[in-house]
Design a protein around this ligand. Structure first.
Ligand code: KIV
Length: 284
């Protein structure tokens, strides 16, 4: 059985330059395959809105959606460090709500940590959650929940002025008590600078490297999510094609009578056949 990693293991990995591996998962089977493969961490991202619930973005995702998917993931990966993602409006309204909702991930879904999006403007929430004894991770760069303000799903920090703001955000997040930081869709030069500057682990998605580890969305890397594929994704499988072909084969087999075959059937018990056919006569 694998031993679940802790915050201290991730700090040690940073010190040693050992890259942490991280994917998103939203369901029991994906989580169990990831744990079996030896992944270091799982994020139950609010990207579940797009990848599994079919929304256009992450805004409609609710706390109850997140909790239910976190519970399934925890059942599938009992020995993996799992992070729950605070959805839109679960932490912006008040510090009290931020702490209560962060706590739900631990109490109801046995998550190890939570993540929230934003820089300086959410540092009071990060501090409140950390002060409640909860591991909290920051997330800056391309922050999907505020993609409207960013003008879409666009890379960030590509000039000196916006890169400076991101460095200030990163430092403030560490100061507020976050145990780790995720950088999304920023230039690798900036990622590497921030990862070296901060003492907490700094992970990237679409942020190049080196930093302290990489995250990919399972729907992207498995080839499940069809709406679009960001530039930074490497596809390791085409599960959509595998599933579609399997469904097509099944349809063909049923239409032609090739399925079900004898090996898929439960026959009348041996020695009970005669009695069975006699019984049928009662209805003829
Ligand atoms: O919800 C999610 O999967 C995320 C990633 C986009 C980083 O927050």
């Amino acid at each position: 059985m694998v031993q679940k990693k802790t915050r201290l293991d991730f700090l040690e990995m940073k010190k040693k330059g050992d890259q942490a591996t991280w994917i998103t998962a939203y369901d029991f089977p994906t989580a169990s395959f990831a744990e079996k493969a030896g992944i270091d961490m799982i994020l139950v991202g609010d990207s579940l809105g797009m990848v599994v619930l079919g929304y256009q973005g992450t805004i409609p995702v609710t706390m109850d959606d997140c909790i239910s998917h976190c519970q399934a993931v925890r059942r599938g990966a009992p020995n993996t460090f799992c992070i729950g993602d605070l959805p839109f409006l679960s932490y912006q309204i008040s510090y009290e709500e931020a702490v209560r909702n962060a706590g739900r991930f631990l109490k109801e879904a046995d998550m190890d940590a939570v993540k929230l999006e934003g820089g300086l403007r959410v540092c009071p929430q990060i501090k409140a959650i950390a002060d409640a004894g909860i591991l909290v991770m920051g997330h800056i760069g391309l922050t999907p929940q505020s993609s409207g303000q960013l003008g879409g799903f666009k890379a960030q920090g590509r000039d000196a002025a916006s890169a400076r703001e991101l460095i200030k955000d990163a430092l403030a997040i560490q100061e507020a008590g976050a145990y780790a930081l995720l950088l999304e869709a920023i230039p690798p030069e900036l990622t590497t600078f921030i990862a070296k500057k901060l003492t907490i682990p700094v992970y990237g998605i679409g942020a190049g490297g080196p930093c302290d580890g990489q995250l990919l969305i399972c729907g992207d890397m498995l080839g499940l999510f069809q709406a679009f594929t960001p530039k930074f994704v490497k596809k390791y499988a085409n599960v959509a094609e595998i599933e579609t072909n399997a469904f097509k084969e099944y349809i063909k087999d049923v239409k032609t009578g090739a399925f079900p075959a004898d090996e898929h059937c439960y026959h009348i018990l041996k020695g009970k056949e005669e009695e069975f056919y006699e019984m049928l006569k009662e209805f003829m």
